[in-house]
Design a protein around this ligand. Structure first.
Ligand code: ARG
Length: 458
């Protein structure tokens, strides 16, 4: 290959070095952004007098032709070129000849690749945010349709207090909602223009960075030329967001895996989302959920890979930075597929109301409500906690639920109690008595559903 830097070398690059150094096999992903950046750059070069109108026209038409042919698949970039930037420039030279030699005026691949990657990343931040919105809508729909179902809520994976299934699902809506905020916040720092920093120092040529900034829809310039070419914080931040999204998805998957076990039996997988076993004919495996859980490991790995690449880099551009792309591309692709699958899968999950009430009947989930009932009667909470605990022991020893104790038995433990306590002693009805804001009962859920529906419509 005739390298673009060939001027000062006597012999060709070793083939192993060429293969080792090439990035075209993965950075061809950036072709649209590269062309977009070049078109803006060329327009600016014309405006400041570094190109004639004729040259600008030739380059612009050439670049647009390349865009057309890449989009149609007619043009396959020559793998002999090192990266997407050189490939496109070489193709342009083959098409228009002499004027192509001016495209790279006042530009380096260092500011070029940083620009391309920022353009690419900001698009993906937006499309992933849309994907998150879809998952949230699926969760809301599931929460709405299963709104009345009461299930055991757990702490330490021990049955704790009854909650509405909807509240459990809405917890994930909160998490994914925060993820969307994080992506939007991260975009503010992503959407800055590095182009014009050139290799690291800026240029002696009279370029107009503000014009390119406006052309490309950036919110402002990367102010320091050395930071501009070496900053990959926006990649690190995006990967951090993606890692957290995948952790949230993984937790949701884990919950759903538990729900669909024979042991819990709280939910059933739709056939379309169940996978079988090659040996055990009866199996219905939740591969969608297990893969969602597993992919979180991969995305966290992508984030750690990037941080490790950045750690210890001296100023300014170093070729190590070429390694930023594969983790980013991989994480975006992975999270995109996770979210797409989740939003299609979630509405098909079917809950078993009979099984929910069977689970509720076991485990004294109404013991806290009983203690709070005593607090309403004027008892200090610590004393009420102990009294309720004594009643639990009494019921447990005789194989009954709290509601199975007679009034006389209850009174021997706690004379404050009267018949009205029984209304609080059915775990399936306890949530109806929750009153605090954000509670896991019908009152809290109704409010949250309405608030989220409104927010997601905006
Ligand atoms: N392919 C390179 C990358 O992804 C482009 C920048 C190369 N710059 C250089 N000075 N070799 O980082």
């Amino acid at each position: 290959m005739a390298n673009m830097w060939k001027g000062r070398f006597r012999s060709a690059t070793h083939p192993l070095m060429e293969a080792f150094g090439q990035s075209l096999s993965f950075d061809r992903e950036l072709w649209r952004q590269d062309l977009k950046g070049s078109l803006a750059h060329v327009k600016m070069l014309l405006a400041v007098g570094l190109l004639t109108a004729k040259e600008e026209t030739a380059i612009r038409r050439g670049l647009k032709g390349i865009a057309r042919d890449l989009a149609s698949g007619e043009l396959v970039l020559d793998p002999a070129n090192e990266d997407i930037h050189m490939s496109i420039e070489a193709e342009l030279t083959a098409r228009i000849g002499e004027p192509a030699k001016k495209l790279h005026t006042a530009r380096s691949r260092n500011d070029q690749v940083a620009t391309d990657l920022r353009l690419w990343t900001r698009e993906k931040q937006a499309s992933l945010s849309d994907r998150l919105r879809q998952v949230m809508l699926s969760l809301l729909e599931l929460a709405r349709s299963g709104q009345k179902l009461v299930i055991p809520g757990y702490t330490h994976l021990q049955r704790a207090q009854p909650v509405l299934l909807a509240q459990h699902l809405l917890a994930y809506v909160e998490m994914f909602g925060r993820d969307r905020e994080r992506l939007a916040d991260c975009r503010r720092r992503t959407n800055r223009l590095p182009l014009g920093a050139c290799a690291l120092a800026g240029t002696t040529l009279p370029i107009d960075r503000e014009m390119v900034c406006r052309e490309l829809g950036f919110d402002g310039l990367c102010e320091n030329s050395m930071d501009a070419v070496s900053d990959r914080d926006f990649v690190a931040e995006t990967l951090a967001c993606l890692a957290l999204i995948s952790v949230h998805a993984s937790r949701l998957a884990e919950d759903a895996i538990l729900w669909t076990t024979s042991e819990w039996g709280l939910a059933r997988l739709d056939d379309a989302w169940s996978t079988g076993s090659s040996i055990m004919p009866q199996k219905r495996n939740p591969d969608i959920l297990e893969l969602t859980r597993g992919k979180a490991g991969r995305v966290i790995g992508d984030w750690v890979a990037l941080l490790t690449i950045l750690k210890g880099l001296p100023m300014a551009y170093n070729r190590d930075l070429q390694e930023d792309k594969e983790p980013l591309f991989d994480a975006v692709r992975t999270v995109d597929s996770v979210l797409q699958c989740l939003s299609a899968f979630l509405p098909t999950l079917r809950f078993d109301a009979g099984r929910a009430s069977a689970l509720l009947a076991d485990g004294f989930l109404d013991a806290t409500a009983l203690a709070e009932f005593l607090v309403e009667k004027g008892m200090p909470f610590r004393t009420a906690h102990e009294a309720s605990g004594n009643l639990v022991r009494l019921a447990e020893d005789s194989g009954r639920q709290l509601s199975g104790l007679t009034m006389a038995e209850m009174r021997t433990v706690c004379p404050l109690l009267d018949e009205s306590v029984y209304a609080r002693l059915d775990p399936s009805r306890t949530p109806a008595s929750y009153v605090s804001s954000g509670n896991a009962g019908p009152a809290g859920v109704r409010q949250a559903l309405a608030a989220w529906k409104k927010k997601l419509r905006e």
